[in-house]
Design a protein around this ligand. Structure first.
Ligand code: PLP
Length: 420
C-alpha cells in the first residue's frame, strides 16, 4: 500500500480525510487526490536538482486537472504539453508560457500558431515535415520559433510495448543520424531558432540504464553539433521514471537524477525533465462501491460501479493496481475475486484474483490511480465521468464535478424532419 494512504482502526485515510466518510458526502465512483503527495513528489525533483540549472516540466497528459496544474504552478513547475487543449489548461492554471515545451508527432497548424502567439519555451520537433511547417508559420507570424529535435535513440526501455517510445520501430522522434541532418537544415532556416535537444524513451521505466544510454546518445550528438557551430541552451531528457504499483523497484528520483547529472557533467546547458507518472501516480485514488457479488461456477466477481471507462490501464496494458477494502472486515471469509465494472466488455476489469473479505455495498480503493487514470477516462457505455476531489489536510475541494446526462449529449442533435 502506498505511504500516502494510511489505515487507522480498519479505516483508510488520505491526509486527514477518512475515505469511508468521504463516500457519505460524495457518491461513488470518484477520484481523490492528495495535495501533499503531489507537492512531495514535485519537491523530490526540486531538491534532487538543487545546484543544477534545471527546469521540471510536468507532463500534463498524466493528469490534466487544472487544480493539479495550479498546485504545480505554485511550486514553480514548467509543463510538457502535447496539444492545444493541454496548453489552454496550463494557461488557465496560471502557468508561465516560458516554461512550456510542446511535444507530439502531429502538431497542427492551429496548435503551432497558438503556441507561437503565447511564446512557449520550445517546440520539440518530431519530423522534418513538422520543422518545415513550423518555419513557414513562424515566417507568416514574423516570429522566431524556438526548437529542439526529439531524438529517438533506439533504446529498449524494457517497459510495456505500448509505452516504449524510444525504439526505432516507434513513431516517436528522429534517429540520431537524421536528427543531425535536420539540425543542420534548421540552422539555415530563417524563422526557427535552435535552443535544445530532447528525447523521451518510454514510461514506467524501472532502471536507470536506459535513461543513461539515451542521454549518452544525446551528448554524442551535441558534441557533433557544437563542432558545427550549433550551440544549445537546454538538454531535455524526457520523463518516464516508473513508480511502484506492486513489486517494481524503480530508482528513487534522487538516484535517477544523480546519474543523469553525473553523465551531463559540468555542461552549461539547462537540464529539462518531463516527469508525469512519478509526480501524480501515487497521489490519486479511485474509490468505488461493490454493486453486486456474483459467482459463475468456481469464479467470484465483485462487480463495482467504477469500470474501464474510469480507469483504462488494467484493460489497455494489463496493468496491476493495488485494490484495498476501504474498511476492513474481520468476520467475513476472504475469497479471490475478479474486480470488474458494469461495462459490456470482457476486458472490463480493475484487477484479477484479489483476495478480499467483502460484501455487497462495501467500498474499494484503487490505489496509485493518479496518473493516466482520469486523463484516459471516457464516456464509453454512456457513463458520465466521475468527479475529482482534491484533499488538502482536512479540506476537500471538488476540482471536477461529476458529469450529468446533459453533459453526455452536449452538442448532439436529433435530425429534424424537413417538410416535403
Ligand atoms: C508521456 C510523456 C512524458 C511523461 O512520461 P511519464 O512516464 O508519465 O513520466 C514525458 N514526455 C513526453 C514527450 C511524453 O510523451
Amino acid at each position: 500500500m502506498s505511504s500516502i494512504l494510511v489505515r487507522k482502526n480498519k479505516q483508510l485515510w488520505v491526509e486527514q480525510v477518512c475515505l469511508q466518510e468521504l463516500a457519505v458526502s460524495f457518491e461513488t465512483p470518484f477520484y481523490t487526490y492528495s495535495n501533499d503527495a503531489i507537492k512531495n513528489n514535485f519537491n523530490a525533483y526540486k531538491t534532487a536538482l538543487a545546484g543544477q540549472k534545471h527546469l521540471i516540466c510536468y507532463a500534463v497528459k498524466a493528469n490534466s486537472n487544472i487544480a493539479i496544474l495550479q498546485t504545480l504552478v505554485q511550486l514553480g513547475s514548467g509543463f510538457d504539453i502535447v496539444s492545444q487543449g493541454e496548453l489552454e489548461r496550463v494557461l488557465m492554471a496560471g502557468g508561465d508560457p516560458k516554461k512550456i515545451v510542446f511535444s507530439g508527432v502531429g502538431k497542427s497548424d492551429q496548435e503551432m500558431r497558438r503556441a507561437l502567439e503565447i511564446g512557449i519555451l520550445c517546440f520539440n520537433i518530431e519530423s522534418e515535415a513538422e520543422l518545415i511547417l513550423l518555419n513557414k508559420i513562424s515566417a507568416e507570424m514574423e516570429i522566431l520559433a524556438p526548437i529542439s529535435v526529439r531524438v529517438n535513440p533506439d533504446i529498449d526501455a524494457k517497459t510495456h510495448p505500448y509505452i516504449a517510445t524510444g525504439l526505432k520501430e516507434s513513431k516517436f522522434g528522429i534517429d540520431a543520424a537524421e536528427a543531425r541532418q535536420i539540425y543542420l537544415r534548421a540552422a539555415k532556416m530563417d524563422n526557427v531558432r535552435i535552443v535544445g535537444i530532447d528525447c523521451h524513451i518510454g514510461s514506467q521505466l524501472t532502471e536507470t540504464k536506459p535513461f543513461e544510454n539515451a542521454l549518452s546518445c544525446l551528448l554524442e550528438l551535441i558534441q557533433d553539433l557544437n563542432r558545427n557551430g550549433i550551440m544549445l541552451e537546454h538538454i531535455d531528457v524526457g520523463g518516464g521514471l516508473g513508480v511502484r504499483y506492486r513489486d517494481e523497484t524503480p530508482p528513487s528520483v534522487e538516484a535517477y537524477t544523480q546519474k543523469l547529472m553525473e553523465l551531463a557533467g559540468a555542461r552549461r546547458e539547462m537540464l529539462i525533465f518531463e516527469p508525469g507518472r512519478s509526480i501524480v501516480a501515487n497521489a490519486g485514488f479511485l474509490v468505488t462501491s461493490v454493486q453486486f457479488v456474483k459467482r459463475n461456477g468456481s469464479k467470484r466477481f465483485a462487480i463495482c460501479d467504477a469500470a474501464m471507462n474510469d480507469m483504462l490501464r488494467p484493460s489497455l496494458y494489463g496493468s496491476f493496481l493495488d485494490i484495498q477494502p476501504v474498511c476492513l472486515r474481520q468476520n467475513e471469509p476472504a475469497h479471490f475475486y475478479d474486480i470488474v465494472g458494469p461495462i459490456c466488455e470482457t476486458g472490463d476489469f480493475l484487477g484479477y484474483e484479489r483476495e478480499l473479505s467483502i460484501v455487497q455495498g462495501d467500498l474499494l480503493c484503487v490505489c496509485d490511480a493518479g496518473a493516466y487514470g482520469f486523463s484516459m477516462s471516457s464516456n464509453y457505455n454512456s457513463r458520465p465521468r466521475a468527479p475529482e476531489l482534491m484533499i488538502s489536510g482536512q479540506d476537500v475541494h471538488v476540482v471536477r464535478e461529476r458529469e450529468t446526462i446533459d453533459d453526455l449529449v452536449r452538442g448532439e442533435h436529433l435530425i429534424l424532419k424537413t417538410e416535403k
